[in-house]
Design a protein around this ligand. Structure first.
Ligand SMILES: *Cc1c(COP(=O)(O)O)cnc(C)c1O
Length: 397
């Protein structure tokens, strides 16, 4: 179906930081399949794990025990705030499970009247009926009425509005630690901690959408670790399988225990192939120094984009982000800038608020940063000389 404004590029092969097209062009990948391919393309550890699992067992359903699932859950629990994990296949499924958990928690603890969720402006939580309602973007909602009820929207980063939106029916506060699709918005310092305090004051759950910020993207396993906050529910997906579809909903025990056999489920969720990919991804990520490297490279990439911004003030308005979830707001049309970069061999991703995202695989090296910056420098200079006309129909998400 015509659901995407696709670039006319046929991607045939990937290796590390590079993608190769059918006409043998080499592209340096600072898009990573929209912040998914966390270890680059065809990482040998992942290839070996998937090949091994493909020759052993693909699928058996959740009617039976799956060793890879038990192992992955135990490792995620060990490395995080969580006590329990539910596996699915995508970000929206991880979000949907979290939203169901929110309602069921209050229902089981004597507050069935609490079912509404405070959400943020410019949010993105996925494309199911419930998650487009939670995201609230008009372009995602159009034509899909009636909108799933129960979401009360406040300005991202605004604690006063958050408090005012809370009523006797409020069940949870749901935010992204850094907004991805919405334009790489980093909230004011202390935001998550303050939301935790508000949630505790009113008996609400704190639900974080870490589908994009999680799995090392910001330089820690989860972005909320920067704030030292303990959430109740976290959804992850994108980077978790290194490119293999897998989502996970993590929760603390008091919340997770309201689920019983039959209360939620997924045919494919947590299948042996997905578990092999995610366990292999964790093998690499949880090794000593991995996140520290992400932070070092993130700092260096951000410094380079800032320097580029000073050289090209007519292109770069503002540099945003944390770790390797970076980007810049441009004074030109973001789609024209991304198109020009793509034509020059550098892949980036658009975001809201006229932002161009740079979300490379987490294995990026200084030499790749230099290569990308050289392309950007050249392209920005040319753009100011001869602006490229905006391409119709392109947008983020
Ligand atoms: C990508 C994304 C989702 C949706 O994930 P899908 O796998 O596309 O369903 C949800 N929330 C955030 C923050 C995302 O970036």
């Amino acid at each position: 179906m015509p659901t995407y404004a696709r670039a006319d590029l046929v991607i045939e092969r990937g290796e590390g930081m590079y993608l190769y097209t059918s006409d043998n062009r080499r592209l340096i990948d600072f898009a990573a399949g929209v912040a998914v391919v966390s270890l680059g393309h065809c990482h040998p550890t992942l290839v070996a794990a998937l090949q091994r699992q493909a020759a052993t067992l693909w699928h058996c359903s959740n009617l039976y025990r799956i060793p890879g699932q038990e192992r992955l859950a135990a490792r995620l629990v060990e490395a995080s705030f969580a006590d329990s994990v539910f596996f699915s296949n995508s970000g929206l499924e991880a979000m949907e499970a979290g939203l169901k958990l929110v309602r069921r928690y209050h229902d089981e603890t004597g507050h069935p009247e609490r079912w509404r969720v405070v959400v943020c402006s410019d949010a993105f939580h996925g494309r199911s009926l419930a998650t487009i309602a939670a995201g609230g973007q008009p372009k995602h909602l159009k034509g899909f009425d009636p909108v799933v009820p129960g979401f009360d929207r406040v300005a991202y980063g605004n604690l006063n509005e958050t408090r005012v939106a809370i009523g006797p029916e409020t069940a949870a506060i749901l935010v992204e630690p850094i907004q991805g699709e919405g334009g790489l918005r980093v909230p004011p310092p202390g935001y998550l901690g303050a939301l935790r305090a508000i949630a505790d004051e009113f008996g609400l759950l704190l639900f974080l959408d870490e589908v994009q910020t999680g799995m090392g993207r910001t330089g820690k396993l989860f972005a909320h670790e920067w704030d030292g906050v303990r959430p109740d529910i976290v959804a992850v997906a994108k980077g978790l399988g290194g490119g293999f579809p897998v989502g996970a909903t993590l929760a603390v025990e008091r919340v997770a225990k309201v689920m019983t056999a039959g209360s939620h489920g997924s045919t494919f969720g947590g299948n042996p192939l997905a578990m092999a990919a995610a366990n292999a991804t964790l093998d690499v990520m949880l090794a000593d120094g991995f996140f520290e490297r992400v932070r070092t490279l993130g700092t260096s990439l951000k410094r380079e984009i800032e320097a580029l911004g000073r050289r090209h003030p007519r292109v770069v308005a503002e540099v945003r982000g944390l770790g390797l979830m970076l980007g810049f707001k441009t004074t030109l049309e973001n789609s024209s800038v991304a198109q020009a970069l793509q034509d020059a061999g550098l892949l980036t991703v658009l975001a809201g608020d006229n932002v161009v995202r740079l979300v490379p695989p987490l294995i990026v090296e200084e030499s790749h940063v230099r290569e990308a910056m050289a392309i950007m420098d050249r392209v920005f200079a040319a753009l100011v000389e001869k602006p490229v006309p905006a391409k119709a129909g392109s947008g983020s998400a």
